[in-house]
Design a binder for this molecule. Structure first.
Ligand code: SF4
Length: 455
């Protein structure tokens, strides 16, 4: 249910909670040995590997990612050598855990790598890890439709890639020119047909609202095309214009951006059109077809959230490789250098390229559990939290309970108290502002201001 007044009232800046605490809380002064020790603790869980490929052949003006824009393919050769050494160093401390059930290539543009470079990367991975495709594996890659060949797809499929995310953003040519990312409907249609022929049954489209020259009319036409192509998942992200922080955004004329009112209308339009087309609202900005595993996981209360967004596999230990990559293992976050020279120098000196990290406290673990339950299930089982962590919710979260009261009064949250259970549920009107509800439980938030609006 779309309640404009409530959305405007609660539309403040806040994190997307792909982790708790978020990366802004990571500490560059933390002792490396403590983080390495956490990584060494034997994890019997299977692994989720993330590889960051930071290169892009073209610059999108809306970009806020960690990337290097270059046409020099040889830079990727050099980077692969660094990755190989990082994989070797990390495999030494991961003890006997090497079974991989989740694998993700992000960037940058992963398909900046040529087919041969990608083959080399898979050879490195397979030398140290076992890619387990025997069960419910989730191997994915982000694809730039302007930079991918059928040979890429053949290789990726042969290695077990079963999910592909395509950066669509918007189909309107004027919008595409303004963001310096021109890709035709025909290009994406051909890519979709190729992926379907290769039996890729999970294709995600990323869309962005709030881009220059977007209007209700032209975004509606974009949504017509998206719906016609039938992707399995659609993500509708908010463009946050922060040119003082992200240099590429200075090339976007702020006078051409939709105002706050129009942005809300664009999101409402996308939400309505996708729901009418039969997609389920997974949460926040994610939609999926009813047959998608995310919908099943949501119905069964198994939905999780990690750095890639909503997922069915967050129980794995995440190990990140490459510039800026983050690992999440044994209650610790470990982030690599974002600066390529620092990353390179660490590796060449035989050291893990750790820039900063964070070791979660018991309080972080409790709050993480609460935020994930709310953001994934729209429900908080307070009785289960009390039993699991040995706390009295009302005492432990006395301040938070006070902050929740106005939300209960506004009908965003409902308290359900019976003789056997005590739960908090998010109402239909609270779904769009779930981040605000989560923020109540975020103890790290007061000193943080660098977030985009929740809508
Ligand atoms: S948006 Fe993606 S493809 Fe475009 S410059 Fe940024 S990382 Fe590269």
């Amino acid at each position: 249910m779309w309640d404009q007044n409530l959305i405007e009232k609660y539309n403040v800046s806040g994190p997307r909670y792909t982790s708790y605490p978020t990366a802004l809380s990571f500490d560059k002064d933390i002792k490396r040995i403590l983080l390495i020790d956490k990584m060494m603790t034997s994890a019997s869980r299977s692994l989720s590997l993330y590889f960051h490929i930071p290169f892009c052949a073209h610059l999108c003006y809306y970009c806020a990612c960690n990337k290097i824009v270059t046409k020099q393919q040889s830079k990727a050769d050099e980077y692969l050598e660094l990755l190989e050494e990082e994989v070797r160093l990390k495999s030494l401390i991961l003890n006997d855990t090497n079974r991989v059930t989740q694998l993700h290539f992000g960037g940058g543009t992963p398909t900046f790598l040529t087919v041969n470079q990608f083959k080399k990367l898979f050879a490195i991975i397979e030398q140290y890890f076992t890619l387990d495709t025997s069960g419910d594996h989730d191997f994915s890659v982000e694809i730039d439709p302007r930079q991918v060949s059928s040979e890429h797809i053949d290789l990726l499929v042969s290695k077990g890639i079963n999910r592909i995310s395509i950066g669509v953003q918007d189909f309107d040519l004027t919008v595409q020119k303004a963001i310096h990312r021109v890709q035709t409907f025909e290009q994406i249609t051909e890519l979709m047909q190729l992926l379907r022929r290769k039996q890729i049954n999970s294709i995600n489209f990323d869309l962005i609202y709030g881009l220059p020259y977007q209007s209700l009319n032209n975004f509606n036409l974009t949504l017509d095309k998206v719906i016609a192509l039938k992707p399995d998942r659609v993500s509708v992200f908010n463009y946050a214009h922060l040119p003082e922080r992200f240099a590429p955004q200075r090339r976007i004329d702020s006078d051409t951006l939709p105002d706050a009112k129009l942005k809300l209308e664009l999101l409402e339009l996308a939400t309505r059109r996708l729901l009418e087309a039969g997609y389920e609202h997974i949460g926040m900005d994610h939609f999926a077809k009813p047959s998608d595993p995310l919908v099943t996981a949501k119905l069964q209360g198994r939905l999780q959230r990690n750095f890639q967004g909503y997922t069915t596999h967050a129980e794995t230990a995440l190990i990140g490789f490459g510039c800026s990559a983050i690992s999440d293992i044994n209650d610790a976050f470990v982030q690599n250098h974002t600066d390529m020279n620092l990353y390179k120098n660490s590796i060449l000196n035989g050291q893990l390229p750790i820039a900063k990290g964070y070791i979660k406290t018991q309080d972080d673990i409790i709050r993480h559990q609460i935020i994930m339950q709310l953001i994934c299930n729209l429900n908080l089982d307070i009785s289960a939290i009390e039993a699991c962590y040995g706390i009295c919710f009302k005492d432990y979260f006395a301040n938070e309970v006070l902050l929740l009261q106005p939300m209960i009064d506004d009908g965003i949250l409902n308290i359900n108290l019976t003789s056997s259970s005590y739960t908090l549920s998010v109402s239909a009107s609270g779904r769009q502002i779930i981040r605000c509800i989560c923020m109540v439980f975020d103890k790290h938030l007061p000193q943080r201001t660098a977030y985009s609006k929740v809508i």
